[in-house]
Ligand binder design. Structure first.
Ligand SMILES: *[C@@H]1O[C@H](CO)[C@@H](O)[C@H](O)[C@H]1NC(C)=O
Ligand SMILES: *[C@@H]1O[C@H](CO)[C@@H](O)[C@H](O)[C@H]1NC(C)=O
Ligand SMILES: *[C@@H]1O[C@H](CO)[C@@H](O)[C@H](O)[C@H]1NC(C)=O
Ligand SMILES: *[C@@H]1O[C@H](CO)[C@@H](O)[C@H](O)[C@H]1NC(C)=O
Ligand SMILES: *[C@@H]1O[C@H](CO)[C@@H](O)[C@H](O)[C@H]1NC(C)=O
Ligand SMILES: *[C@@H]1O[C@H](CO)[C@@H](O)[C@H](O)[C@H]1NC(C)=O
Ligand SMILES: *[C@@H]1O[C@H](CO)[C@@H](O)[C@H](O)[C@H]1NC(C)=O
Ligand SMILES: *[C@@H]1O[C@H](CO)[C@@H](O)[C@H](O)[C@H]1NC(C)=O
Length: 176
């Protein structure tokens, strides 16, 4: 299992009594899927998670965010605007029978989960009691901003594409 190659190296950051926490700071997270070739995850004005290319993000006032994550899934993942205040903790709503948006709002929706997120290889997964899941998908909008959802019931939707979230940036294709 690849993840074990990384986790022990970071274990020394853990606080006493929670020996398996594995904290990383200043993390950026990128989305990959059909038509989404490694775009930064950012926050909109309502602190929901959105995906956009740099020009669209700048034109619409989306906020660049940096993450402090626990790759072992024990502590919540905290999100802050660069050089600014924290805006909240990353959440999904896995308990819902319907797909739900993903976000960082400090006011959590009913059934939201803020722990259980792990890095497996370089991919963000959600650990349940039995398995790791990645059920993120993105829905495009007329502004070219994709909203990020958790596909809780695994029913595909016509306007969505599955995405994986990774802690690695895309490799530049060319330099103009
Ligand atoms: C923020 O939420 C309000 C109220 O639900 C909504 O009217 C508005 O369109 C949202 N803004 C964005 C950028 O999604
Ligand atoms: C957070 O959620 C609340 C309640 O749904 C909403 O009123 C608010 O606009 C959201 N955004 C922020 C930034 O708190
Ligand atoms: C993103 O857009 C901003 C504003 O247009 C620009 O200053 C910046 O250089 C761009 N960054 C990249 C990586 O293209
Ligand atoms: C967000 O980050 C990207 C990539 O580092 C950068 O090009 C862009 O200018 C930043 N946008 C803002 C609003 O700081
Ligand atoms: C996020 O913030 C909470 C509350 O301050 C803290 O308990 C938790 O350890 C933090 N998570 C990480 C990954 O640092
Ligand atoms: C954040 O602050 C650091 C140190 O003061 C600075 O080097 C960096 O450029 C700042 N980043 C942004 C996005 O303002
Ligand atoms: C699954 O979620 C989708 C999107 O929210 C919804 O349209 C659909 O009715 C749900 N299906 C079931 C079986 O709950
Ligand atoms: C997303 O929507 C925008 C606006 O409708 C459109 O220009 C763009 O081509 C769409 N992107 C994809 C990958 O479908």
């Amino acid at each position: 299992m690849l993840a074990w190659n990384f986790l022990p190296l970071l274990a020394s950051f853990a606080s006493a009594g929670i020996s398996k926490r594995s904290i990383e700071t200043d993390v950026s997270i990128y989305a990959y899927g059909v038509g989404i070739n490694g775009l930064l995850l950012s926050a909109d004005q309502n602190s929901t998670a959105v995906i956009a290319d740099n020009a669209t993000a700048a034109a619409n006032g989306l906020k660049n965010i940096t993450w402090t994550i626990d790759t072992a899934g024990i502590a919540p993942w905290n999100v802050s605007i660069a050089n600014s205040s924290a805006i909240g903790q990353f959440y999904i709503v896995p308990s819902s029978s319907e797909h739900q948006v993903v976000g960082f709002n400090t006011t959590l929706p009913d059934g939201a989960a803020t722990t259980g997120f792990v890095i497996y290889g370089r991919t963000v997964e959600y650990a349940t009691e039995t398995t790791y899941e990645s059920q993120f998908y993105a829905r495009n909008s007329s502004t070219g901003i994709w909203s990020l959802w958790w596909n809780s019931n695994s029913t595909s939707v016509d306007d969505g594409v599955p995405v994986v979230l990774k802690t690695v940036a895309p490799v530049p294709l060319s330099v103009d």
